[in-house]
Design a protein around this ligand. Sequence first.
Ligand code: M6R
Length: 606
Amino acid sequence: MCRICAAVFQADNVAPLLHAGLKRLEYGGYDSAGIATLHGGKLYIKKDKGKIDEIHQALNLDDLPGSIGIAHTRWATHGAPSKVNAHPHTDCKGEIAVVHNGIIENFLELKQELENLRHVFISRTDTEVIPHLIEEYYKRTNNFREACFQALRRLQGTFAIAILSRYAKDMIVVARKGSPLLLGIGNGFNFAASDAIAFLDKTKTSIPLEDGDIAFLSSSSYEIYRIEDATPVKRKTITIDWDLQQASKEGYEHFMLKEIMEQPYTMRLSLGAQKQYVDLLAEFMEKSSKNFLVAAGTSYHSCVAASYLYSRLANLATIPVIASEFIEQYGNAIDVNTTILFVSQSGETYDVINAADFARKKACTVLGICNVIGSTLTRMVRAYVHQQSGPEIGVAATKTYTSQLIIHLLLSISLAKKRGKISQSEMDDIKETINELPSLAEQILISKQKEMLEVSKLIMNKNHVFFLARGMNYATALEGRLKLLEIAYIPSTAYPAGESKHGPISLIEEGVPVIFIAPNDETRKLLIGNIMEMKARKATIITLGEEGDSELMQLSDHYIAMPRMLPIITPILYIMPLQLLAYYTAVNKGLDPDKPRNLAKSVTVL
Ligand code: M6R
């Protein structure tokens, strides 16, 4: 889950540009970083462990000479974060440098083979086998391109790599298999990066490489081939519709807060999702005899909420499944009559892509909801809806979650219409409600910031926090809990409230915070019973409920009053105070919510 970036310019000094690109990719990995450039036939490398700013302060990354270079920000998989394990890695003579995102599964056997041929390894990474393999094939062929082809054919596992060498003076070699990689095509320069955000300030013209592609980039041209047989291929050019301003903090202290606060805007964008694609997805789902919703993390939580919505509005059963479990759990039960909706913000999550690949081979209809056009997922599916949340930089998903919920809501309405399960007056109510979403979101975000800062003080020093709900807000409990534990490092538990008596209640004692999501719907009455149970055990009750609900207010130690709204939109709006709660708890604890330890924005490895 590292990120890579490479650039070749005619004359400009490339190091500051790579440094700027790396900073924008830092969300993908931040335990070490490095840059290599080529100048006057010599490789120059600076790298170390730590955050990019710390490394730059100590080493000055910008003064590396040359107009061609590669860069890397790391999230360790093989070998602890250290200078020696930081990328770029080189061959024995320091003439070939490589940066890599992914995992080389056969690296131990390749390493053994290369050591037998007297190659000397200095790091504990899997990546280091790549420059040594290229070195070995270069010795045998005296042709650098051929050496790259032959070396890459030996690699098993996943990779997005960039190669720089004095044997190919004006050229960068990049390749991908299973990890994202896009070219950024410019006038007098070319880029390659794991995410277009690295080159968006220079060009919006991009070519997503396919799995098994290798590309040779100079400042004025690019060529793409298949790794396996060196056949030349043409790939589609796309235009990225984000700009850098959308990917900057715009005065907020953290990306996470900026992204929480811009939800009214992103909700408007998602509500405008192209109707013909929403209807197309609905058409496939409606015809199918089995429907699954498959995703990881926050995207999975959107699927949990959606399974209630599809049932409630359209009488359609859908099974939400965690992507990494899908093949084991349902692999033998899917076939040509199955439709699977994969949901992924990045479109690059390994477990999602792996499950989608499996489902395609089983002849299932594979659909998607995704935020990144041109990502691997969008290129695998039969049809997808673009959720239009704009770039999300904070590792914790916030605005992309509410956008996904909106797309699911639009889809469930389309399904309900197709299946004749919704009356005209219900439809009118829903339409009205949906149009109110952005302004309700605005109202909640403005009024709840200060309040959630105060609530965060109630929980920041606790050892455990519970989130309980019923019905579709069970997803809100799951997501509220994930936000809190991943950025504020507070162990937390989310349960359907009805299930809490079957075990978790044993952890409740005086002062344990229990957060109830209790909107004014059919779950409210039953939740009151659950609140009483927790109160009887002296838990601290924090409740999110409708304004003016005096009964709930009386039962709660802290009551977070939400505006009146139709129950079907409560998962979209009730999560927002919980996002703020997690954010302020992390900040109060002196943690960086944008870069939680051990986490990367998208998990592109097994
Ligand atoms: O890009 P994806 O939606 O496929 O990512 C899935 C999860 O890795 C992601 O939702 C993760 O759980 C969030 N960053 C948590 O906030």
